[in-house]
Design a protein around this ligand. Structure first.
Ligand SMILES: [Zn+2]
Length: 295
């Protein structure tokens, strides 16, 4: 039965592929996504709810208010009406932030000192939002689909949570960004990280934050003491490479910023101490928990 379903999926792929070819915001890269966004969004929603139910969520206070304000501004320019957009501040020392398909975003309190100010938060928010709007999780899951028994297998899983083996479930969660929770290593590719940097900077500029702060943020990450350096710095595009990418797109981002810049001082220090020590940094490669995508 399963085999015939997979074969049926195989024959339908050409038509599906045509329908599923999408363009990534800003970079214009064409990508193949085989997973309907409704499916991805519902996986994102249920995984988010499960993760938050086990976390300590800060629901009040200035830090959370800042997160809601920045998230609101960035998601507005990202313009994805089908996304739910939720922003949660989790009380954990990890230097981390992530976003699940459908716009479900979490920041850990441990990353605040590295963000330092509202603009630093806006860049990381833009980066996380970009992973979602560029459908990186869906693109990655498309590549893993055969391991899940095809799209039909995935749909059966969603209709009846017992259809997948624990290993298949791990692949599914790792693909959308919750790999660490189940011990499956599947970090976003270097090209996805670089793309999220570029789109994230454009979002922050469009939302009125000075785009130069994106490079400053990477400088602060670089200045972290060795014991707290997030693993993604060694496995992801190097900081120099990331900054060069951002510089290339800076003139365009600058124009957006000049048109939209916010009043007040978006560079005023809100969280001190970034780049010196910070909290314990974990990553999505088997060590961290409930890690979706590194900033
Ligand atoms: Zn990322």
């Amino acid at each position: 039965m399963k085999t015939s379903r997979i074969l049926a999926l195989g024959t339908g792929c050409a038509a599906l592929a045509v329908a599923a070819c999408q363009k990534v915001p800003y970079t214009g890269r064409r990508q193949l996504n085989l997973i309907p966004s409704g499916i991805m969004n519902s996986v994102g929603q249920s995984s988010y709810a499960a993760t938050l139910s086990e976390a300590h969520v800060q629901k009040r206070g200035e830090d959370n208010e800042t997160l809601q304000r920045v998230g609101g501004r960035i998601s507005k320019v990202a313009s994805e009406p089908k996304f739910a957009w939720e922003f949660s501040l989790l009380d954990e020392d990890e230097i981390n932030a992530w976003c699940l398909p459908g716009g479900y975003i979490a920041f850990y309190t441990g990353i605040l000192p590295v963000l330092a100010n509202e603009s630093g938060m806006a860049f990381v928010m833009g980066h996380e939002v970009a992973h979602a709007t560029a459908h990186h999780g869906s693109e990655r899951l498309s590549q893993q689909l055969t391991l899940l028994g095809g799209l039909v297998g995935l749909e059966l899983y969603l209709a009846n949570q017992t259809e997948l083996t624990p290993e298949q479930r791990g692949i599914l969660l790792a693909s959308i960004g919750l790999g660490a929770e189940v011990g499956v290593m599947l970090p976003f590719s270097r090209s996805h990280e670089a793309e999220a940097d570029i789109i994230g900077m454009m979002y922050m500029a469009e939302a009125g934050y000075p785009p130069e702060e994106s490079k400053e943020l990477w400088d602060r990450m670089e200045a972290l003491s060795p014991s707290t350096v997030p693993a993604f710095l060694s496995t992801h595009p190097s900081n120099d490479r990331r900054k060069a990418n951002l510089q290339e797109w800076m003139p365009e981002a600058r124009k957006k910023y000049e048109r939209n810049k916010l009043g007040g001082d978006p560079l005023a220090t809100l969280w001190a101490g970034g780049g010196a020590s910070g909290g314990s940094s974990k990553e999505d490669q088997g060590r961290g928990r409930s890690r979706a995508e590194q900033p």
